[in-house]
Design a protein around this ligand. Structure first.
Ligand code: CTP
Length: 401
């Protein structure tokens, strides 16, 4: 599934051309990529391919006119234009391109184009001489001037039997163009991010360990969101049993606090963004028994020694262009403790979870956070899914960048 197009609202305009049949395949690919697709057809397009085909594939009613003849209901082009995150017109005929270039709006498609505020991709299809004509080329230049993107027609055999430039780009090529273009626009493109997640396990003997309840869900959600925003993400994860849904995320599995420290020290210098959401053990057994400890004694105690605070070490190394984010999980004096950690560990901001908030904390799918920034300004967020919380945290990172 394409990360770029997932959950995007896509308005597909289909004009009357022999290439209209390719719109069916394009819709199928867009829907497969996770997009919500609505189709507006010109009247001529309905002579080439049926609205029923496109409605079935897009899973939405296809619109062809300003109003539904049966009910007299109005198809609101302004709402449609605002609904769309992306507008694509494929195939775009010479006639429709001319209308768009001159602001004519005598059908639902051209009126919707004028109302759309989103990025518009136009994939022309026409005979070679129509494409070459100065009128078409001037219209294309105008449309580029408006900020529209042209997915150029391809060279090949045309419906007229002539060979030349004018064939609609193949649906797969249109998809690749969209994906590449959307990637270029991502706010964290070319940024490297390091995220830690999950608990650590501190070995007592070969079969036992000291751990904590961290599920890793928050850190995984942050890694996924940073990747969706275009960052090149490395996720250092303690033992969680979770999988990332994005192949682009590089994952390093560690077990102990000492391994977490080494992995972070190895990678931190090249990170532009580092989010430390792992629940790293503060203490670890002073000695690890090489054999399983037998229950021979009535009482048993383990001597613990302090681990290194990874975040504190990274804070000491942090360069001014690096963003370092920490977490604080508190049960009392939350704000005060979080502010102390923020300053001591040299963070750009700290995400505060309170164990007192219902729905927040370990294992749950929801979280309730506050963010405290360097100026000690605190922003409190509602209880949300961890995916939504990750979005808030990443929005804060982008605002600092
Ligand atoms: N952290 C770390 N290394 C540790 C312990 C914690 O890097 N050995 C990081 C966590 O990833 C988190 C932040 O420090 O981002 C806060 O962890 P927390 O346990 O709440 O705070 P501590 O600094 O360990 O303080 P305390 O346990 O006294 O509350």
């Amino acid at each position: 599934m394409s990360v770029m197009l997932k959950d995007k609202n896509i308005l597909l305009g289909v004009c009357g051309s022999i290439a209209s049949y390719k719109s069916a395949e394009l819709i199928r690919l867009l829907v497969k990529a996770g997009a919500n697709v609505k189709v507006v057809m010109t009247k001529d397009a309905t002579s080439f391919i049926t609205p029923l085909t496109l409605a079935t594939l897009s899973k939405n009613p296809v619109l062809t006119d300003y109003y539904k003849a049966e009910t007299g209901e109005w198809n609101n082009h302004v709402e449609l234009g605002l609904w769309a995150d992306i507008m694509i017109v494929a195939p775009a005929t010479a006639n429709t391109l001319a209308k768009f270039a001159h602001g004519l709006c005598d059908n639902l498609l051209s009126a919707t184009y004028l109302s759309a505020k989103c990025v518009v991709y136009l994939a022309p299809a026409m005979d070679l001489d129509m494409w070459k004509h100065e009128a078409t080329q001037q219209n294309i230049s105008k449309l580029i001037g408006f900020g529209n993107q042209i997915i150029k027609p391809r060279h090949g055999e045309l419906a007229s039997g002539l060979v030349g430039e004018g064939r609609l780009a193949e649906p797969q090529e249109i998809m690749e163009y969209l994906n590449d273009d959307l990637k270029k626009k991502l706010p964290l493109k070319n940024k490297k991010a390091l995220v830690t997640a999950g608990p650590t396990h501190e070995a007592i003997d070969p079969v036992r360990f000291i751990g904590n309840h961290s599920s890793g869900k928050m850190g995984f959600a942050i890694a996924e969101e940073l990747a969706s925003l275009g960052a090149d993400v490395t996720l250092i994860s303690g033992p969680t049993g979770l999988e990332t849904s994005k192949k682009s995320i590089k994952r390093i599995n560690i077990t102990s606090a000492a391994e977490m420290l080494n992995a972070c020290l190895d990678l931190f210098h090249q990170a532009d963004i580092c989010v430390m959401s792992a629940a790293i053990a503060d203490y670890t057994p002073a000695e690890v028994a090489t054999q399983k400890i037998k229950k021979n004694t009535k009482e048993f105690s383990i001597e613990l020694k302090k681990t290194q605070d990874v975040l504190f070490q990274l804070g000491k190394q942090k360069k001014t262009n690096q963003i370092l984010v920490g977490f604080a999980l508190e049960t009392n004096n939350e704000e005060e403790f979080a502010k102390q950690k923020l300053q001591k560990k040299n963070l750009d901001f700290i995400v505060l979870n309170s164990m007192n908030d219902e729905g927040a904390g370990f294992k749950k799918d929801t979280n309730k956070i506050s963010i405290i920034d360097k100026k000690l300004i605190k922003t409190t967020f509602d209880l949300k899914s961890k995916t939504e919380v990750a979005k808030d945290i990443c929005a804060k990172i982008i605002s600092i960048l």
